[in-house]
Write a protein that binds this ligand. Structure first.
Ligand SMILES: [Zn+2]
Length: 401
C-alpha cells in the first residue's frame, strides 16, 4: 500500500461562499485526507519534510459540492423515464459511472431521493437499489458520500413504470413509510403530486403522521412538490424539505422560512428540456405546444424560487439527474439557474455547498475547515461572481489522480 504524502496546494484563491470576495494567496496543507491548515502563501511557516507541493497558482479552491436532489442509479437524458425499467445489474453499472462523474465535477455528497426497487442479492428482499450503492461506496474514498431516501412513495396513478410504492390512504402511507425505514432508508421521499393536479394525494393529517413516525426514528421527510396544493399539505404537515417547489406562493414561502423548511431547487431541468428542442425529435420538446408548456412552467418555477429566496427560505441545490434529464456532472447548471432566479453568485454557491450540508445535517459537508475533511476541488475563475467557473474543474483533492 502506498502511504500518501502530505500535499500542499500553494497560492490558490479560496472561495468562501459566506461573502462575495475571494481570499487570495492561500495555501492549504492536506494530510491523510484532512485539512491541516490554511495559511497565507507568503507565510506558510514550517512544512512537513516529505511534502508534495502543488502549484495551484491561478486556480480557486471550492468546497466539494452537495447535489441535494439526485438519483444515483439512473442515467438521465431525454429517455430518462424509460431507463428506470432497465435491469438492476445495468443500473448498478450506471451508478458507478455516475459516481465517477459526480466526483470529477466536484460533487462530494449526493442525496439520493429515489431509486427503483430490486431484489437485493444479499437477502433476496426487494428494496431500493440505492441502498446497495450506499453500502458499496461507504468504504471507497473516491466515491461520493451518499444519503438515500429509498424509493418513492406515491399515490396510485401518478408515477408510471411501477417505480413507486403506492399508498392511497393514511394507513397505507404510514405502512409504506415504516417499510422504507426498516429497509435502511436515511430519510423518506413522499410524492406530493396527486393523480389530479389540483388535489393533494393525502391529507395534512396523513402526512403529519409520517413526519412524526420518521422524526421519532431519527429520519427526515422530504416531499416532491410540483404544485401548490401539495406544497401546502407538506408545509402544514411539517416536512423537512420540499423538492422542486415549482409552484409556491408568498404564503407558502413565508411558512417555510418560519419553520425552517428547506427548498431544494431543480430549475436546470427546464434548461435541459429546452436544449432537447435542438437535440432530439421528441414532440414534447420540439413541438410548439410543448415548448410553450415548458416555458410557462419554467417561468413559474423561477418565480417560486425567487419568492423563496426573498423570504429567506434555506435553499439547497439539486440536479435531479437520473430522475430527470440532467446528467450526474451538471450541478453547475443549477447554480447558474439559481443566479437567474435572483441569488447572488456567492449565495448560489452557498446553496450548492454549505446549505446542502445543513440539509443533510452533516456539519462538515460543503465546508473547508482546518481539521475537517479535505473535500475540495479547484477550478479556474471566480465562482463567487461567476457560476460558470464551476464547469472548469482542474483537479479534485479527494480523488486519486
Ligand atoms: Zn427527482
Amino acid at each position: 500500500m502506498i502511504i500518501p504524502r502530505p500535499t500542499l496546494y500553494r497560492d490558490a484563491a479560496l472561495a468562501d461562499p459566506s461573502g462575495p470576495s475571494l481570499r487570495k494567496d492561500a495555501s492549504v496543507l492536506v494530510d491523510a485526507g484532512r485539512v491541516v491548515w490554511i495559511r497565507s502563501s507568503t507565510d506558510e511557516g514550517d512544512l512537513p519534510p516529505s511534502v508534495h507541493v502543488i502549484d495551484a497558482g491561478g486556480s480557486t479552491i471550492v468546497a466539494g459540492m452537495v447535489d441535494a436532489h439526485s438519483h444515483v442509479t439512473l442515467p438521465g437524458g431525454s429517455h430518462w423515464i424509460d431507463r428506470g425499467a432497465d435491469p438492476p445489474e445495468e443500473l448498478l453499472e450506471v451508478a458507478e459511472h455516475n459516481g465517477d462523474l459526480l466526483g470529477r465535477a466536484g460533487v462530494r455528497w449526493a442525496r439520493d431521493v429515489g431509486s427503483p426497487l430490486a431484489v437485493d442479492p444479499r437477502d433476496g428482499r426487494r428494496r431500493a437499489l440505492a441502498l446497495l450503492v450506499r453500502e458499496r461506496w461507504q468504504s471507497d474514498p473516491n466515491r461520493p458520500r451518499i444519503r438515500v431516501a429509498g424509493t418513492w412513495i406515491g399515490h396510485s396513478g401518478v408515477l408510471t413504470g411501477g417505480l413507486a410504492i403506492e399508498a392511497d390512504d393514511g394507513p397505507a402511507l404510514l405502512q409504506a413509510a415504516s417499510t422504507q425505514l426498516d429497509d435502511g432508508a436515511d430519510f423518506l421521499k413522499l410524492y406530493l403530486d396527486g393523480p389530479k393536479k389540483e388535489e393533494a394525494p393525502w391529507s395534512t393529517e396523513d402526512v403529519r403522521a409520517v413526519v412524526e413516525l420518521a422524526h421519532g426514528r431519527g429520519a427526515k421527510v422530504t416531499a416532491h412538490s410540483g404544485f401548490l396544493v401539495g406544497a401546502r399539505v407538506g408545509i402544514d404537515a411539517g416536512v423537512d424539505s420540499l423538492e422542486h417547489g415549482f409552484e409556491l406562493d408568498s404564503d407558502a414561502v413565508g411558512k417555510m422560512a418560519h419553520q425552517g423548511t428547506f427548498l431544494v431547487s431543480t430549475l436546470a431541468i427546464f434548461r435541459s428540456w429546452t436544449s432537447f428542442a435542438q437535440t432530439t425529435t421528441l414532440p414534447r420538446f420540439v413541438g410548439e405546444e410543448g415548448k410553450e408548456r415548458i416555458a410557462r412552467r419554467r417561468d413559474g418555477a423561477i418565480e417560486s424560487v425567487h419568492l423563496a429566496y426573498r423570504a429567506r427560505v434555506q435553499i439547497a441545490t439539486g440536479t435531479d439527474f437520473g430522475g430527470g434529464s440532467l446528467r450526474a456532472n451538471h450541478l453547475a447548471w443549477e447554480v447558474e439557474a439559481l443566479v437567474e432566479a435572483g441569488l447572488k453568485p456567492w449565495e448560489a454557491l452557498a446553496s450548492a455547498t454549505v446549505r446542502g450540508g445543513d440539509l443533510l445535517g452533516e456539519t462538515t459537508a460543503g465546508r473547508i475547515v482546518e481539521g475537517g475533511p479535505a473535500d475540495f476541488f479547484l477550478v479556474h475563475g471566480d465562482p463567487l461572481s461567476d457560476p460558470t467557473a464551476l464547469w472548469r474543474v482542474w483537479r479534485v483533492a479527494w480523488l486519486r489522480d
